[in-house]
Design a protein around this ligand. Structure first.
Ligand SMILES: NC(=O)C1=CN([C@@H]2O[C@H](COP(=O)(O)OP(=O)(O)OC[C@H]3O[C@@H](n4cnc5c(N)ncnc54)[C@H](O)[C@@H]3O)[C@@H](O)[C@H]2O)C=CC1
Ligand SMILES: O=C([O-])CC(=O)C(=O)O
Length: 339
């Protein structure tokens, strides 16, 4: 009787997603001692739904783990250092964020980082294929346009490629677009929504002003100027840092936003859309950055491209051959990589 009286009634539609029963969620950050990795580790301590944070780098992560592990938030933090501790750091991870690799210095293109970062990415992805083959993989390491196809190839070779689970993080392009447009229109940047498509290099980043919400209030000249700033914002930071690296703090913020969305979708929240560089068939390139609906398995679907205006269509036509070349270079790199 008593039991019947106090029987717990759960109304699914009104039940908050964050309180739903779930299994423990482990996030590994590889490159956690670096410029992005450290502030990202800090920000992740406040993300709901992370039960275990595992921080790996060739240096420094014991300290970062001890430090962030003292923050009075839910979950455990552990630090792993060196090649030998990579697989233990990744073991059983549900999500791996890869921030390992060199940043640009003034005068360099992102593509030029492939020589230094391609091998690092292959090494990390091979370890993941063994230690956590079903994990979601979110890569920040540049050049995104080349490294993500390289990673896909490595995963294919290991027999564990799942196109729904591999992401190149392009959130910073959206974060910057929202900020620059918000400031221009004198509105809160958080209220601005704009898809940024293509890839993640100056020539391949394309913000779609025709799709901006609220509607963009400005003339063609404003669009051209802001488009240029968004495309070259990474270089703006590289120049301002004068040889001390590239965007780290804004990138940690952007990566954290992306991770939050991945985890919310993983926990069953519907309708989450983020731009990311993923395996896609929405444009004439096998990988493409654009709005992606996230779900429990990672990519639920890539949203179809909207009808573009003449400037956007021309820009897309111009960037696609560059992107396809990048992707081919990534596949070639993986296939010819020795070691
Ligand atoms: N996708 C995007 O929008 C952005 C991407 N980036 C890229 O993110 C990457 C990281 O940038 P930062 O954190 O500023 O560089 P950083 O040099 O400050 O940190 C990189 C870290 O990776 C570590 N590392 C190198 N090889 C490793 C390996 N085999 N295993 C584990 N850790 C290893 C280094 O020890 C270092 O601590 C760069 O490639 C940069 O170009 C940066 C900003 C934005
Ligand atoms: O510009 C760079 O080298 C780093 C990066 O990708 C960005 O800030 O967008």
């Amino acid at each position: 009787m008593l039991l019947k009286k106090f029987k717990l009634r759960i109304v699914p539609s009104r039940f908050p997603w964050c309180l739903m029963a779930r299994t423990a969620f482990k996030v590994s950050v590889v490159g956690a001692g670096g410029g992005i990795g450290q502030p990202l580790s800090l920000l992740l301590r406040k993300v709901k739904g992370i039960d275990e944070l595992s921080l790996h780098d060739l240096r420094g992560t014991k300290g970062v783990a001890a430090d962030t592990g003292h923050i009075s938030e839910h979950g455990t933090v552990s630090g792993y250092v060196g090649e030998d501790e990579l697989e233990p750091a990744l073991l059983g991870a549900n999500l791996v964020v890869v921030t390992a690799g060199m940043p640009r210095v003034p005068g360099m293109t992102r593509d030029q980082l492939m020589q230094a970062n391609g091998g690092i990415a292959i090494h990390v992805i091979r370890a993941m294929a063994c230690a956590c083959p079903e994990a979601l993989i979110a890569i920040t390491t540049n050049p995104i346009n080349i490294i993500v196809p390289t990673a896909a190839e490595v995963l294919k070779e290991a027999g564990v490629f799942n196109p729904h689970r591999l992401f190149g993080i392009t959130t910073l392009d959206v974060v910057r677009s929202r900020k620059f447009i918000g400031d221009f229109m004198n509105i809160n940047p958080r209220k601005v929504n704009i898809p940024v498509i293509g890839g993640h290099t100056g020539p391949t980043i394309l913000p779609l002003f025709s799709q901006c919400q609220p509607e963009f209030r400005g003339d063609t000249e404003d669009i051209l100027r802001l488009t240029h700033r968004i495309k070259e914002a990474g270089t703006e930071v590289v120049m301002a840092k004068g040889g001390a690296g590239s965007a780290t703090l804004s990138m940690a913020y952007a990566t954290c936003c992306f991770v939050k969305s991945l985890i919310r979708a993983q926990n069953g929240q519907e309708g989450i859309i983020e731009c990311a560089f993923v395996a896609s068939s929405v444009a004439d390139a096998p990988f493409f950055a654009g709005p992606v609906e996230l779900g429990k398995q990672g990519v639920k679907r890539c949203l179809k491209l909207p009808v573009l205006n003449e400037f956007e269509q021309k820009s897309l036509d111009n960037l696609l051959p560059i992107l396809r070349k990048n992707i081919e270079a990534g596949v070639h790199f993986a296939k010819t990589f020795k070691k």
